[in-house]
Design a protein around this ligand. Sequence first.
Ligand SMILES: Cc1cc2nc3c(=O)[nH]c(=O)nc-3n(C[C@H](O)[C@H](O)[C@H](O)COP(=O)(O)O)c2cc1C
Length: 321
Amino acid sequence: MEEVTDFAFREMFARYSGNGQQGTGNGFVMFTEFINTDGLTHPEGYKKLAIDLKYSENQRPIVAQIWGNRPEKFLQAAKIAADLGFDGVDINMGCPQQKEIGLGACAALIRQPKLAQEIILATKEGAVSAGRRMPVSVKTRLGYSKSGEMAGWVENLLSCGIAALTLHARTKQEMSKVPANWEKIKEAVEIRNQATGNRQQEGRTLIIGNGDIKSREEGLKRIQETGCDGVMVARGAFGHPWFFRNDGYQLGAKERLRVMLEHAELFNQELGQYKSFVIMRKHFKAYCSGFSGAHELRAKLMETKSFEETKSIVAEYLKTA
Ligand SMILES: Cc1cc2nc3c(=O)[nH]c(=O)nc-3n(C[C@H](O)[C@H](O)[C@H](O)COP(=O)(O)O)c2cc1C
């Protein structure tokens, strides 16, 4: 997620949800923020965007997400990600924001199915380094303006032989204004199953459902109901780096604030010279909820511009808590 899943955010999940602990963790995959292919493949742009491709070994498996609309740039960007040792590359065909749509990229590709295919094939061609082939996946929506577009769109993508297809269960037009339509995820699974003759064929495209998941349990329930291979969680994980743990781990208010400061400090250390500390505010909002005094504390944290300031506001709160 843009200005969310940066190095510090992902490192917090690696630390608190178990990825990297004894190798396998709890079976979740992390994605970078989406990164523009034109920028990434330009020498000056690369200097600015390299920080978005930084990861630690703890964060594996880690997928680089890229966006753009020129196949040759996808080829080069995928090669960069492969050479940097990423575990996969994901193509964004779902972002509904006007800036990206205006450039004919992201969800605008739903209306350019031929170009979408060319982009996937170019990405696959580029996603190789030292003989190692990286899986290529796509993240998209049900359709541009109607969910009835889903079947044709999904078939178009499946025909390119992608490793995984993440479907945000809304159309571009719906933005995030209506509840996610999980019935459509079930239909997409059926389309995939028919395409592979209902066999558990090795290498068949995994279908990942996405939209409105608030807990690990809810995610597992969606998998059961729809038959999808996994779920993607976005907003539900804000302020909960322990989200993917399977042991019911919960934290009290003081402990949450300690984790929040750890996150803020990590952001400051790793990204402080590249990104505005203001980005941390959306995380503060998520960490500070559900305990006494959270509302007032949150209001103060919405004004912070530095880690030092954040630390002193939290220290002040803890004196009275
Ligand atoms: C702040 C923000 C930034 C996002 N950035 C991206 C992005 O860079 N790439 C992407 O595929 N989706 C992005 N999304 C969309 C989410 O991945 C997800 O599809 C959407 O929020 C629905 O899932 P949820 O209900 O679990 O949040 C973003 C969402 C938010 C709220």
